[in-house]
Design a protein around this ligand. Structure first.
Ligand code: GLU
Length: 479
């Protein structure tokens, strides 16, 4: 039997990196075993049911390159099945009506010292009505054991679970039942999801088995469960939506590559046997759900960034230049809506940028760093870092001498990186400065800052006329 797995996110406004990891592991499992990857959007919480949020899920999966074979189906399209399941369970006596209010339940729990629902309505045989919820009648004693592919056998004593609500008085069928009814209809064979859902699993197993005994319901085999380890931050605490950078979109917008992201996400709970750097085909070939660890996985942005740098450096120059386009030459067709680069669109020159690629490709870890590095090449308004100008020019007479001499020498030599380099060594020696110190005033005058790509190659790219004009303008500025 080929596996059928599903990714069943609820729209939340942004795509959590934990959801990204869950979707990836489902996708890898399906692709590894020739199975089917179903996308189901669990949109029954109407407050969270917004078109753009649903679209955000599709965009995130598309960006990651995780293609689905069926769907997207919407949970809200299956309300009829959810209610049919409620009726079937009711008919067979698995449910009972309960009119307890939250206050009554809490007051009794406080008085008895036992948290949770105490089964007050279990034997009252209340009729169903507009103010009754329906609760699942837990077996009186015993345990439910889940053979989890990641966590091994996990046993839940029934008395610790308590009779839980399946349908609210408003008629809303709650997530545990709706979710499993959809899994039954889709014939899901493996439920791969986050560990936060483990406590729901025994309830779902009991309801699944109950439905198998109900008239009018099909017998469907229980799926195999695999609960993926929690993602934690540097303090080993569960990732916080507010404090930790958990939105996948923010990584996309900062210029992380989807390939690097996929590779990094694969390491969250699993170790590819052939080494950590593994492309998509390797991940598919090696993926083994039973080798996933149960220990919490540290979501390490530094490691992700490092890996992204490795992926950027491994690209061909052409591919790198193409990947940079949304950052250096954004347009409707590049689909990026972040801050525009710091030059006027007409000042961009794709040929010059292509020649600058070797200078920047090895020096960035995300694509969003690229525009600042090449800004000096496009347009003639240099954005000066005033602190740098003061340090190496305004307050440094030797820096000004270097500029003055460079203006003379650079006008007459071959304008190549090698001769510029030799000329600046000589100019420095003339005033007793090392090459490193002699470079600083030239770099600041030409690019506005003290850091950037290698100087002499940058000057060669900029060309003699523009270089000389900037050296003169900077000298005039501080004289
Ligand atoms: N919709 C649920 C959630 O986003 C996931 C359900 C599941 O994977 O079983 O938390």
């Amino acid at each position: 039997m080929t596996p059928r797995v599903r990714f069943a996110p609820s729209p939340t406004g942004f795509f959590h990196v934990g959801s990204a990891r869950t979707s990836l592991f489902n996708w890898l499992f399906a692709r590894r075993h020739g199975g089917t990857f179903v996308l189901r959007i669990e949109d029954t919480d109407t407050e969270r049911n917004r078109d753009e949020w649903r679209q955000g899920i599709l965009d995130a999966l598309t960006w990651l390159g995780l293609d689905w074979d069926e769907g997207p189906t919407l949970q809200s399209d299956n309300l009829g099945d959810h209610h049919a399941a409620v009726e079937a369970l009711w008919e067979e006596g698995y449910l009972y009506a309960c009119d307890c209010t939250r206050e009554q339940i809490d007051a009794r729990a406080a008085a008895s010292g036992h948290p949770g629902y105490d089964g007050y309505c279990r034997t009252r045989e209340l009729p169903r009505g507009p103010s009754t919820a329906l609760r699942f009648r837990m077996p009186d004693e015993g345990t439910t054991t889940i053979e989890d592919l990641v966590r091994g056998a996990v046993t839940f004593p029934h008395e610790a679970i308590g009779d839980f609500v399946v349908m609210r008085p408003t008629g809303v069928v709650l997530y545990p039942l709706a979710n499993l009814v959809d899994d039954r209809s889709a014939r899901i064979t493996h439920v791969i999801r986050g560990e936060d859902l483990l406590p729901t699993t025994p309830k779902q197993v009991l309801m699944w088995e109950a439905l198998n005994h109900c008239a009018g319901q099909e017998r469907v085999d229980l799926p195999v469960y695999a609960h993926l380890p929690m993602l934690v931050n540097e303090q080993r605490k569960k990732l916080s939506k507010r404090k930790d950078p958990v939105a996948l979109e923010s990584y996309r917008d900062q210029g992380y590559l989807p390939e690097a992201m996929v590779n990094y996400l694969a390491l969250l709970g699993w170790s590819p046997p052939g080494g950590e750097i593994a492309d998509r085909a390797t991940l598919i070939g090696e993926f083994d759900l039973s080798a996933v660890s149960r220990s919490p996985a540290f979501f390490d942005v530094k490691k992700l960034t490092h890996l992204n740098g490795e992926y950027l450096r491994a690209m061909t120059s052409d591919a790198f230049a193409r990947a940079c386009r949304p950052w250096v030459s954004p347009g409707p067709e590049t689909g990026r809506t972040g801050a525009p680069p710091p030059w006027a669109p007409n000042d961009f020159d794709a040929d010059v940028f292509a020649r600058a690629v070797p200078l920047v490709q090895t020096r960035v870890t995300t694509l969003s760093e690229v525009p600042a590095m090449v800004a000096f090449l496009f347009g003639d308004d240099v954005a000066y870092d005033e602190e740098a100008v003061a340090a190496v020019l305004a307050n440094d007479p030797l820096g000004r001498v270097v500029l003055a001499v460079a203006i003379e020498r650079f006008a007459e030599i071959d304008f190549t990186a090698a001769s510029l380099h030799d000329a600046l060594i000589e100019i420095g020696e003339g005033v007793g400065l090392s090459l490193r110190r002699a470079q600083a005033p030239v770099r600041v005058a030409v690019t506005g800052t003290r850091v950037g790509p290698p100087l002499f190659e940058s000057l060669e790219l900029l060309g003699r006329e523009r270089t000389l004009a900037r050296l003169r303008a900077a000298l005039a500025r501080v004289s």
